[in-house]
Design a protein around this ligand. Structure first.
Ligand code: NAD
Length: 368
């Protein structure tokens, strides 16, 4: 692969603080592993609004369409709460997702052993957990027509429509099967085929794609309500969970809490393959801009660093280096190094945002 390109959009609040640590990690891979990445940087969210009067400038959008991957920090903050809806910081994020057509949202739920006690579930149920939820992101009940609130007789009726075309199901199913092949080769597809026609079609299309091109991947199906139960009963039975927009919204938040802290959760949103065969991609931590801790050195940079690890794995074909980075993070946590969001146990070492960056770089050095 020629030098991969990455557009960094730090955004607002703690976004720039956590991104600073990612930049150090990128520098480490360049210096010590000869992994050059063509990094460019731009504004998004409130920071872009302050400069351009819009939460994402057209030139930034154009750049995002050209690079191999986008890495975003976080957007939003109280300063922008009263802006018109059309220029709110979140609109910048939505524009990126929409114009890049990022239909496949990957939310890993990974529980590092050292943090198993932060989960609301028992240690043995979550320790070592490593699953990914693939959520369809651009269709389904959040977008289907007709929608609205209408008058019917003497009362109002709220309407939303769950609608999926075969091609929408097919492309996200392919994304889940491709992902499974890079992991433990297992997909569990979740819908409500027992009560919803869209669920019946979902199951049919997933089976067809599987038989045609991915018969080597182990495929199972589960009703989404049972899936929610199984996620809290025995989450380690899963590898990749494939589901629609609505169920994915709920199941991914549920799975996220298995792992403890918002400061630990990365995500990726993938689109159609580009000319080089790799999908369009945006990586971002799940957390927001955390205005309550901005500027205090308290932000945990791990979610953003793990998002970069996902970029290494899924956009830059550097799975072994992604493993190295994840192992370094695991090692730091095992040593008891903790940012403020992860305090509470005896005998741990509290560190600042940059202190966590130092510890991760030291572990990376030790991995050589
Ligand atoms: P938030 O995720 O910013 O914060 C929720 C809580 O988690 C806060 O107490 C915060 O201090 C803590 N937290 C979050 N990330 C952390 C980290 N890395 N390290 C340590 N603690 C962390 O959610 P919120 O408070 O509901 O929203 C704040 C702003 O962020 C709002 O403007 C919201 O619209 C925006 N937001 C943006 C995104 C995004 O950019 N993708 C996502 C969610 C919220």
């Amino acid at each position: 692969m020629s030098t991969p390109s990455l557009l960094i959009l730090p955004g607002d609040g703690i976004g720039p603080e956590v991104m600073e640590q990612v930049r150090r990690v990128i520098g480490w891979f360049d210096d010590k592993r000869g992994l050059a990445i063509d990094v460019s940087e731009d504004l998004v969210g409130g920071a872009a609004y302050d400069k351009h009067g819009v939460p994402l400038a057209d030139e930034t959008m154009a750049k995002a369409q050209e690079v191999d991957a986008v890495l975003l920090g976080a957007v939003g903050g109280p300063k922008y709460d009263n802006l018109d809806f059309s220029v709110k910081p979140e609109r910048g994020l939505l524009r990126l997702r929409k114009e890049m057509d990022l239909f496949s949202n990957l939310r890993p739920a990974q529980c590092f052993d050292a943090l198993a006690d932060f989960s609301s579930l028992k240690r043995d149920i979550v320790a070592g957990l490593d699953i990914v939820i693939v959520r369809e992101l651009t269709s389904g009940v959040y977008f289907g027509e007709p929608r609205g609130i209408i008058e019917e007789g003497n009362e109002r009726v709220g309407i939303n429509t769950q609608r999926y075309t075969e091609s929408e199901i097919e492309r996200v199913a392919r994304s889940a099967f491709e992902l499974a092949r890079r992991r433990s080769n297992k997909v569990c597809s979740m819908e409500k085929a027992n009560v919803m026609e869209s669920g019946i079609l979902w199951r049919d299309v997933v089976n067809e794609v599987h038989q045609a091109d991915y018969a080597d991947v182990e495929l199972s199906h589960m009703y989404a309500d049972n899936g929610a139960m199984q996620l809290v009963r025995a989450p380690k039975q899963f590898d990749v969970i494939l589901t629609d927009n609505l169920f994915g919204d709920i199941l991914s938040d549920c799975a996220a809490m298995l792992t403890g802290s918002l400061g630990m959760l990365p995500s990726a949103s993938l689109g159609a393959p580009m000319e080089n065969g790799r999908p369009k991609a945006m990586y971002e931590p799940v957390h927001g801009s955390a205005p309550d801790i901005t500027g205090q050195g308290k932000a945990n940079p791990i979610a953003c660093i793990l998002s970069f690890a996902m970029a290494l794995r899924y956009s830059f074909d550097q799975g072994a280096e992604a493993d190295r980075l994840e192992a370094a993070i695991e090692g730091v946590l095992a040593d008891g190094v903790r940012t403020a969001d992860l305090l509470g146990e005896e005998g741990v070492t509290p560190v600042s945002t940059s202190g966590m960056g130092d510890a991760i770089l030291a572990k990376l050095d030790a991995s050589l």
